[in-house]
Write a protein that binds this ligand. Structure first.
Ligand code: SAM
Length: 469
């Protein structure tokens, strides 16, 4: 099927249209194909531990019907030039993707688990969209393991988790089979945002269209089953697996849910949402929900959930081996009781809330852990050098280091790792704040200030541009 007047969609495979018609009907499939020539909307999800709403950043927006943290912006700003973006005040995310966070909250509410500390695995987590949403929604005292199997993608995940600032997250890099093998019955929730054929991304990323074929769909479907089978033993009996893809065809969506039911005795947990249905999302026979560009605002997404049948399960008593309460100077850097693990040189390498360090030894036995909790800083001789992650953490006690509020231009120069200097501040470490949010540290040595912003996250863009250009 050709869409006249659109070069990016001039070559749409018939099989794709057939698959889409199969799940959405002819009318909606036509609307979706026609919408490939329109522009996706721009949306953000605010961080409730840092911001009350998108208007805090000065953005004009409309709410997202299925996400209380979501905002559809009137214009697309240059996010790189907004210091709030670097402060972790919001995450740029498509509105359909925000449905997974909503489904998690809705299932928590329905099952009465809302107040219980949970162990949650986000299995395919990079770059961290769902992870940061889940971190904002999980009950207090919960532990979230954000895993990404592809090594080159873990760094971005770790950065996004650090910038978001939730201290209850461990970032790991392991194959799904390691969880199923070494952490049997461990997790109350497993989120599988599976690698897929990407039909729902065709509008945002036309190159996905060129890579699509019926064979790709078959390969993806087989890989998804393998991932699900590998991780299934790690789900606790009675626990819930939320499955999602950004594709439309039944082979990678509903058929995989049906397969989990017949293979593992999984039971459907409906993720219906009247607000989403009113906005055009399509419910399926497994209680799942399909979002289609052109039909709903936002890109393509499928989401469904299943429960593992109740039964006996292995217990995991807390282990705290190696972790000691943070005492002395650093104790006051946090608004809650924290623990640390010391490496051979006695440096504090990780600072963790109690709930996380009790379970981390189990995680470490199963998969490589890249980071956990807050990277507070490191010892350089007798000097403790704070890490940017400390400033960005929601557990950071704001008055620990003297605050240095800066304007937008100075914030951007700081984030570009230029030298900044403001007079009238005491010597030593200062927390750089923009709009009331810490964005990092400088060390004031009198004649100048050393910029401690991580080089790897330095803004490389021309910061003299306005952020609406
Ligand atoms: N959840 C992420 C988010 O919201 O930002 C997006 C995840 S993306 C749809 C799927 C992820 O699965 C990718 O990061 C990809 O690297 C990872 N992946 C690829 N092959 C995999 C495999 N065999 N097992 C597990 N994950 C895999």
């Amino acid at each position: 099927m050709d869409v006249p007047g659109n070069s990016t969609t001039g070559n749409i495979p018939d099989a794709f249209v057939r698959y889409l018609t199969d799940v959405a009907g002819h009318e909606k499939a036509s609307v979706a194909v026609a919408s490939l020539s329109s522009l996706p909307c721009t949306s953000i999800r605010v961080n409730p531990s840092k911001f009350a709403g998108a208007d805090n950043a000065g953005y004009r927006y409309r709410p997202v019907p299925w996400s209380r943290f979501g905002a559809i912006l009137e214009n697309r700003p240059v996010f790189t030039l907004d210091p709030y973006f670097h402060a972790g005040a919001y995450y740029v995310q498509d509105i359909s993707s925000m449905f997974i966070g909503h489904a998690f909250s809705a299932i928590l509410g329905d099952s009465g688990l809302g107040g219980c500390p949970l162990k949650i695995l986000d299995l395919c987590a990079a770059p961290g969209g769902k992870t940061t949403d889940l971190a904002s929604r999980m009950p207090e005292g919960s532990l979230l393991v954000a895993n990404e199997v592809i090594r080159q993608r873990v760094g971005t995940l770790r950065d996004n988790v650090m910038i978001w600032g939730s201290p209850d997250v461990a970032v790991t890099c392991g194959d799904p089979s390691r969880f199923g093998k070494h952490l049997v019955d461990f997790f109350d929730f497993v989120i599988v945002d599976a690698p897929c054929s990407g039909e729902g991304m065709f509008r945002k990323d036309p190159s996905a269209l060129g890579q699509w074929s019926e064979d790709t769909v078959s390969l993806c479907s087989a890989r998804q089953k393998r991932i699900l089978a590998d991780v299934w033993p790690a789900l606790k009996p009675g626990g819930v697996l939320i499955y999602s893809t950004c594709t439309y065809n039944r082979y990678e969506n509903g058929d995989n849910i049906a397969w989990m039911k017949s293979s593992f005795g999984a039971e459907s947990v409906p993720v219906r949402c009247p607000e989403a249905e009113n906005a055009g999302a399509i419910p399926d026979e497994h209680g799942g929900m399909l979002f289609i560009y052109g039909v709903t605002e936002g890109e393509g997404q499928y989401c469904a959930a299943v429960r593992k049948p109740e039964g006996a399960f292995a217990a995991y008593p807390e282990k705290k081996a190696g972790y000691v309460p943070v005492k002395g100077f650093l104790e006051k850097a946090f608004d809650r009781k924290m623990f640390s693990l010391r490496n051979a040189d006695g440096e504090a390498v990780e600072v963790l809330p109690e709930n996380l360090c009790g379970m981390l030894p189990y995680i470490r036995q199963a998969v490589p852990v890249l980071s956990a909790g807050v990277i507070a800083g490191s010892m350089r001789g007798k000097d403790f050098v704070p890490d940017a992650s400390l400033a960005l953490s929601s557990a950071y006690e704001r008055d620990f280091y003297p605050r240095m509020p800066v304007d937008r231009e100075t914030a951007l120069r700081f984030l570009a790792k230029e030298n900044i200097f403001l007079s009238g501040y005491p010597k030593g470490y200062l927390a750089v704040e923009y709009g009331g949010l810490p964005i990092g540290f400088v060390k004031n040595i009198g004649a100048r200030m050393n910029n401690l912003h991580p080089s790897s996250r330095r803004i490389r863009m021309d910061i003299k541009l306005r952020n609406d250009e």
